[in-house]
Structure formats: structure tokens, C-alpha cells
Design a protein around this ligand. Structure first.
Ligand SMILES: *Cc1c(COP(=O)(O)O)cnc(C)c1O
Length: 381
């Protein structure tokens, strides 16, 4: 049997065409035609305040930390069950990371665990929309208002995900916090190899964002003809992708709906195949709270224990099915465990031991999903 990979980057077919166009127009550095096409499309479609493409979500998070002026000793609350970049961005500015636990029913941050962690030094909360499923943003935004905190959404996995608040309004993930960081890494729904974007929803951060993006200069304003020469205005770095990356991304964005339809179909197939089996074997399938939508980013199982998880991972692998697990609680990481205050984060540790991600990509066929689920039935019954 042929190996079934965990991920396979999907190409819509127009990527190299647009890259060739970018190359032929002679403008291949950043902030050109394709960068603007992508930024305008995303801002329009999802109602973000302002969009700046970046070279990764990691970079967008680092930009966010610069933008909200994180200083040594500031505290930032993030879930322990997340990718390292969520924490690194703030650690690079000298922040102290305060880890929150995940929800019982979902790996997203437990909104009820946040308030007890807020101190006079807390500057920001970073909810991570795990699997593109919204955190409880009403609760998080109201805490932020009450205590004067910034909310930076780690929306790396959350493109085309939505949240419906108590006001009944359906809002795109990434349009709610002051800032939001997205990823276009090849493992995400919409890809450009490496790539990302920062959505800026707080109007007071918009000009500053553009300056930090362009090495601390007002070069963007200069190119719009708003200033006569460009100058060093603040600290900054180089966060913008080249037009070659943006051209690739544009081919993906043009096909966003098609990509999402295929991914939803796959997700629904996994779910309906596995529903009864999961219940019978104490395995949790992804749960979507009422306020959230599913963006079909990944399909995962939460096993009943580590032993069951290993049996599934090893069993699938011996059938050449590349399922994976991910995220080791950051509060127990070699780098940060000494700085953690010792609180036990039981859900984060449970997800560390029990999550399995199944192969999930556009070109995965429904019959391959059936094959994978049949193997699971054989392994655990
Ligand atoms: C993928 C991911 C990132 C990092 O994205 P890059 O574009 O690879 O930097 C950060 N946070 C989360 C939750 C992710 O899933």
C-alpha cells in the first residue's frame, strides 16, 4: 500500500502563472500589486480593520508584540497548549508568559481561567483559535475592557472561521481582537509555503503597524505620495513578503471557496464515519461550541489516555498512514518550566497526551478517508 501522508500542499494551478507575472512586471520586492490584491481581498471578505501580509504567522505575532509595546516584565496570558510562536513573540520582548489551561471540551483557552491570572502587570491576552474554532471572544473582550488589556488573536489556523457573539452578529475570527495573526504555512488551509498576515482592528495601531512592517520607516506613506521623503520613524523590522510569495498566495485566495468546500466534505466524512466508534471507545471527536463555526482546518481525536493514543499512532503508521500528535504543554517545556509558577494545567496535559491528528488535505480522497477509518475500527474496538 502507498503511504498516506499527513499533509500535502495543494496547488490550484495558477501559482506559477502569477509568480511569472510578478517576475515579468519587474517588481518582486514587497508591497506591490499582488500584496495589495491579497490584502484588499482579505480585508473586504472578513471585515478586518487593516491587513498587512507577513512572511509568517510567527512574524505577525512578533509584529503584534512590538506594536502593543511589550516591555520587560509585562505579563501575557496564553494557553499552554499551543505552538511555540505564540509565546516566543512576547518572550523576545522580555515578557513573562502566564499560562492558562484549555477548556474541558476543546483545546482552546478556558475563558473562565483567565481572570484569576490577571495582575497589574498583565498587558495582553492571546487566545488561540485551535483547529480554527473560536474561543469565547465575548468573555475575553469583556475582560480586556475591564482590565485595559490588548487581545491578540492567534488565528494561525482560523482563516474562514467565525464567531457569533451575544449580539447575534457573526464575525470573522481575527476581526474581533485588537490584533490577529494568521498563517499561510503549507500545513494550513490557504498556503504560500511560508507566509502570514497581521490583521489590525484597533485604529490607533494602524499607522504604527505599517511603519514597523517597513523597517521603522514611513516608506508606505511615501509610496502613496503622502510624504515627500521617507524617514526613520520608530523601531521596526522587515516583515513584508516578496511579491513572489504574494503572487502564490493570490492563486490560493482566488480558490478559497473551492478549497473550503473540499475540506468541509472531508471533515464531514471523517466525522460521520467515526461518530459511533468514538462514542463506544471513549474517544472525543472535535466539538464546536454554539458560538463557533468549523473551518475544516484539521480533524483530530482526543483519546481516552496516552496508551490508546500510542496504539492508534503506531497502528496507523504501521499501515503507512501518517497520523501525528502535536503540542507539548509549554508550561512543561525545557525552556519555560522553571519560569512557570507550578500551577497544574490538567486539560493542557490531557491534550498533550491524547490528541491525534488524522491526515487532512485537499487531495485526500473520500475513499482514503474510509480506508483510514476502517483501520481505526480494526485498531480500537
Ligand atoms: C501554524 C501556527 C503558528 C505559526 O505559523 P507560521 O506561519 O508557521 O509562523 C502559530 N500559531 C499556531 C496556533 C499555529 O498553528
Amino acid at each position: 500500500m502507498k503511504k498516506i501522508p499527513f499533509n500535502k500542499p495543494y496547488l490550484t494551478g495558477k501559482e506559477t502563472f502569477y509568480i511569472e507575472d510578478a517576475v515579468n512586471t519587474g517588481k518582486i520586492s514587497g508591497n506591490g500589486k499582488y500584496t495589495r490584491l491579497c490584502q484588499d481581498f482579505l480585508k473586504e471578505r472578513y471585515g478586518f480593520g487593516k491587513v498587512l501580509l507577513t512572511t509568517s504567522c510567527t512574524d505577525a505575532l512578533e509584529m503584534a508584540a512590538l506594536l502593543i509595546d511589550i516591555q520587560p516584565g509585562d505579563e501575557v496570558i496564553i494557553p499552554s497548549y499551543t505552538f511555540v510562536s505564540t509565546a516566543n513573540a512576547f518572550v523576545l520582548r522580555g515578557a513573562k508568559i502566564v499560562f492558562a489551561d484549555s477548556r474541558e471540551d476543546h483545546p482552546g483557552i478556558d475563558e473562565n481561567a483567565i481572570e484569576a491570572l490577571i495582575t497589574a502587570r498583565t498587558k495582553a491576552v492571546v487566545p488561540v483559535h485551535y483547529a480554527g474554532v473560536a474561543c469565547d471572544m465575548d468573555k475575553i473582550m469583556s475582560l480586556a475592557n475591564k482590565y485595559g488589556l490588548y487581545v491578540v488573536e492567534d488565528a494561525a489556523q482560523a482563516i474562514d472561521g467565525f464567531y457569533t457573539g451575544k449580539d447575534g452578529e457573526k464575525k470573522a475570527l481575527g476581526s474581533i481582537g485588537h490584533l490577529a495573526a494568521f498563517s499561510f504555512h503549507e500545513t494550513k488551509n490557504i498556503i504560500s509555503g511560508e507566509g502570514g498576515m497581521l490583521a489590525i482592528n484597533d485604529p490607533s495601531l494602524m499607522d504604527k503597524a505599517e511603519i514597523i512592517w517597513e523597517k521603522g520607516t514611513n516608506r508606505s506613506a511615501f509610496f502613496r505620495g503622502e510624504v515627500g521623503k521617507y524617514n526613520w520613524i520608530s523601531m521596526g523590522s522587515s516583515f513584508l513578503p516578496s511579491e513572489i510569495i504574494s503572487a502564490f498566495l493570490w492563486a490560493q485566495l482566488e480558490n478559497l471557496e473551492d478549497i473550503q468546500i473540499r475540506r468541509h466534505d472531508l471533515w464531514d466524512n471523517y466525522y460521520s464515519d467515526l461518530k459511533q466508534w468514538a462514542k463506544a471507545n471513549n474517544i472525543q471527536l472535535p466539538s464546536i461550541p454554539d458560538f463557533a463555526t468549523n473551518n475544516a482546518h484539521m480533524f483530530y481525536l482526543i483519546c481516552k489516555d496516552l496508551e490508546q493514543r500510542n496504539r492508534i499512532l503506531d497502528g496507523l503508521r504501521s499501515n503507512k498512514i501518517m497520523a501525528v500528535f502535536h503540542y507539548l504543554s509549554l508550561h512543561k517545556s525545557p525552556f519555560y518550566k522553571m519560569k512557570h509558577d507550578g500551577r497544574h494545567l490538567k486539560n493542557s496535559d490531557r491534550y498533550t497526551n491524547c490528541v491525534v491528528r488524522l491526515p487532512f488535505f485537499y487531495e485526500l480522497e473520500n475513499k482514503t478517508v474510509s480506508l483510514i477509518t476502517r483501520r481505526l475500527f480494526e485498531l480500537i474496538s
